[in-house]
Design a protein around this ligand. Structure first.
Ligand code: NAD
Length: 359
């Protein structure tokens, strides 16, 4: 096949003993950053992405170019394609899977429920089915979400808190993913770590997320809506900078114990872990807007609206003591510093894509 040579080159570790990681969702926001970080430290990286049209594919293609320039090749395909996954495992000795491919976003689920079931449930099961049958089984780290805490109102959210009240179909599929992952660990001895990310932001981010479309609308002089709760408090999020999330992902890959496989090994030996990866300091969305105004040096046209029942929760706040203890995870970037970095990227990305379209 045309891609086999490129795949092998991209997936050969530079450093010994390097791991080789299959990164699903590699053309996505988090996938791009994780792939670059792995490559930078000398690991083999192989990307997989179906370039879905949830948001501008031009942004995913631009990320792909950055990755290819760094020697990371992305195979274009779907995690539901069993034959393709098997072929990748046959072609490359994959030691780890960083599973980030998913249908993201909470509101989109109201019109497109099927894509959540297809990618976040069926696709995940398909990937685990392939992983359970290869020998040796790869270590799996995957993205769950803070959304699993749903209507839980006990803050900060800790891994022991209830997660049985999801507020969106997205959250429900992530919660289902955690249950599915547990069964594959229990029955087949797969080593699986789920990471509950809290509102990740930064350069190359997702255009559907508030910090991104607020920036776009403020720059265009368009009105932005700020949601508030019934007791008139601004909705708040535990915004977490992408570099902190990447460090958490790499630490989860590095600290995971190998799979035991189901063949005769004692059950429960392989690892099943769940960790919050957040920033531990929730910020009201109204404050995010004032940071954006300061950094962009533009006044926003604001409209305060009651939070609609469309999948968004009122607040998120991570307790990260477990990730701190086991992964050495420690977020270091505050919101204003991170937003400055995002805005710098945003302005240069948009001026270079404008130049391309006008030339
Ligand atoms: P993203 O949409 O930018 O990246 C996901 C990528 O997966 C996309 O490039 C998409 O094309 C690809 N993809 C989707 N379905 C696929 C399929 N069936 N087969 C192959 N590729 C597929 O999203 P992101 O922000 O980078 O999120 C990465 C992961 O982290 C996701 O699992 C997401 O649910 C989770 N997460 C993200 C955040 C956040 O704030 N960004 C928060 C919590 C959890």
């Amino acid at each position: 096949r045309y891609w086999e040579k490129k795949v092998l080159k991209s997936a050969t570790p530079k450093a010994e003993p390097g791991i080789t990681v299959l990164v699903t969702g590699a053309a996505g926001f988090v996938g791009t950053h994780v792939s670059l970080a792995l490559k930078r430290r000398g690991d083999g990286v192989l990307g997989l992405d179906n370039f879905n049209k949830y948001y501008a594919t031009s942004l995913k293609r631009a990320r792909q170019q950055i990755l290819e320039r760094s020697g990371v090749f992305i195979v274009e395909g779907d995690i539901n394609d069993t034959e393709l996954l098997k072929k990748l495992f046959e072609t490359v000795f994959i030691t780890h899977v960083m599973h980030l491919a998913a249908q993201a976003g909470v509101r989109y689920a109201m019109q497109n429920p099927r894509s959540y079931v297809d990618s976040n449930i069926a696709g995940f099961v398909n990937l685990l089915e392939v992983c359970k049958s290869v020998n040796p089984q790869p270590v799996i780290v995957w993205a769950s979400s803070s959304s699993v805490y749903g209507l839980n109102s006990k803050v900060p959210f800790s891994e022991k808190d209830r997660t049985d009240q999801p507020a969106s179909l997205y959250a429900a599929t992530k919660k289902a993913g955690e249950a599915i992952a547990h069964t594959y660990n229990h029955i087949y001895g797969l080593s699986i770590t789920g990471l509950r990310f809290f509102t990740v932001y930064g350069p190359w981010g997702r255009p559907d997320m508030a910090y991104f479309f607020f920036t776009k609308n403020i720059m265009k002089g368009k009105e932005i809506g700020i949601f508030e709760t019934a007791d008139r408090k601004s909705v708040a999020r535990d915004f977490t900078y992408i570099d902190d999330i990447v460090k958490g992902c790499l630490a989860a890959l590095d600290t995971a114990k190998k799979s035991t496989g189901s063949g005769g090994k004692k059950r429960g030996e392989a690892q099943f872990r769940l960790y919050n990866l957040g920033n531990t300091s929730p910020v009201p969305v109204a404050k995010l807007v004032s940071i954006l105004e300061k950094v962009l040096k533009v006044k926003a046209k604001k409209k305060v609206l009651p939070l609609p029942r469309n999948g968004d929760v009122e607040f998120t706040h991570a307790n990260i003591s477990l990730a701190q203890r086991d992964l050495g995870y420690k977020p270091t970037v505050d919101l204003e510093t991170g937003i400055k970095k995002f805005v710098r990227w945003y302005l240069s990305y948009h001026s270079s894509s404008r130049k391309k379209t006008s030339s």
